[in-house]
Design a protein around this ligand. Structure first.
Ligand code: 5GP
Ligand code: MN
Length: 339
């Protein structure tokens, strides 16, 4: 993979560009792709953002989100656009499998593949240009760096600022995680100078839920959470019936995995949700417990040191039993609490 800055040359003449992200995009995936879209359009490129799947409704305030194509909904049109593309930017994921049904099309494309991502262990021999930096808070921060190091840095504007702020804010847990560096705060200061109304974005992302969702969270915390104090661990397991009963939509379960970390002493929090076709898992830790390795070892997944995910086709009961066995196997790392 050549350094990302080597793509600037090719961007000096108009290109047909596709920008894509991981399935079920979060604030960082949607914010980074749309931020890059607003930048590249101003240079004069033809730009299309394609999401592998649908996304949470609380992302729908982002400028030009209505132009984003949902691959599962409009595969024929998306395939045509991908086939004609000169450059495909891959944002906020490390392996093409994270694009679900788009994987075969991206594997076989003749377009130049460019990676901008902050997850561990990027797929080898896949991207011509790119940057993979696990030290970065978010892909949005990396898109900001990409814009500011380019010959077109003066094109950064409030549309771009809004999109990039959404991702840097959500991926840093509203600027609390250790990934929140001085550079992150400097970037946000610059975005504010461009006219960013940060409080409006917080409201759009976090104060936009339904009554059902809040009652669902109440039920989850009362009835679906187990705490294993001797392992400093908590597990939430949600049956599919709950999702149906409370009319839970894409994105409504986002952030739920973090709640148990607010219990004193808990350093490992997990959630397993029965989504019907599979049981989807999320893992979060504080301090010294590597959930990336845990997700890879036991749940066919991956991610970062303190935030990772995975999935299984086993039943929810089996997944919970396997989780407990895996937790017990990690007793040594879990039973001591160190920051
Ligand atoms: P979340 O728990 O929010 O879905 O994901 C947390 C982190 O783990 C994200 O950085 C995400 O990209 C990664 N992740 C989530 N699910 C999977 C998975 O099934 N496979 C891999 N490799 N990474 C995942
Ligand atoms: Mn991210």
């Amino acid at each position: 993979m050549q350094p990302i800055h080597n793509i600037y040359n090719q961007l000096a003449t108009p290109q047909k560009v596709v920008i894509t992200m991981h399935q079920k995009p979060d604030g960082d995936a949607m914010g980074s792709t749309l931020g890059l879209y607003h930048f590249l359009k101003q240079i004069g490129h033809t730009v299309t953002v394609i999401s592998p799947t649908n996304w949470a409704h609380f992302l729908n305030w982002m400028p030009d989100v209505a132009t984003v194509i949902d691959y599962e909904n409009k595969q024929a049109i998306a395939d045509e656009i991908i086939a004609a593309a000169d450059i495909i930017f891959c944002l906020d994921f490390n392996t093409l499998s994270r694009t679900k049904r788009m994987e075969p099309v991206l594997s076989n494309t003749n377009a130049t593949l460019v990676l901008i991502d902050h997850h561990r262990e990027p797929q080898q021999n896949t991207f011509t240009f790119g940057i993979s930096d696990t030290g970065k808070s978010s892909t949005c921060e990396m898109v900001y760096d990409f814009i500011m190091a380019s010959p077109w840095q003066q094109l950064i504007n409030n549309d771009i600022a809004q999109c990039l702020y959404a991702g840097v804010m959500t991926d840093t847990g509203s600027f609390r995680f250790p990934s929140t560096t001085a550079s992150v705060h400097k970037m946000v200061a610059h975005l504010k100078e461009l006219g960013l109304q940060h409080s409006t974005i917080h409201e759009a992302l976090f104060d936009n839920g339904t009554e059902n969702r809040l009652r669902f969270i109440g039920n989850v915390l009362s009835n679906r959470m187990q705490v294993f104090y001797e392992y400093n661990t908590a597990l939430i397991a949600i049956p599919q019936a709950d999702l149906i009963k409370f009319d839970i939509k894409t994105g409504d379960t986002e952030g739920l995995v973090n709640y148990p970390l607010s219990i004193e002493g808990i350093k490992f929090a997990s959630i397993i949700i029965d989504r019907g076709e599979e049981r989807k898992c999320s893992f979060r830790s504080k301090g010294a417990f590597d959930v990336n390795t845990f997700a890879r070892t036991y749940f066919n997944g991956g991610g970062h040191y303190n935030a990772a995910g995975g999935a299984t086709t086993d039943t929810l009961e089996k997944a919970v039993a396997d989780f407990i066995t895996a937790m017990k196997a990690n007793r040594e790392q879990l039973s001591t609490y160190t920051f």
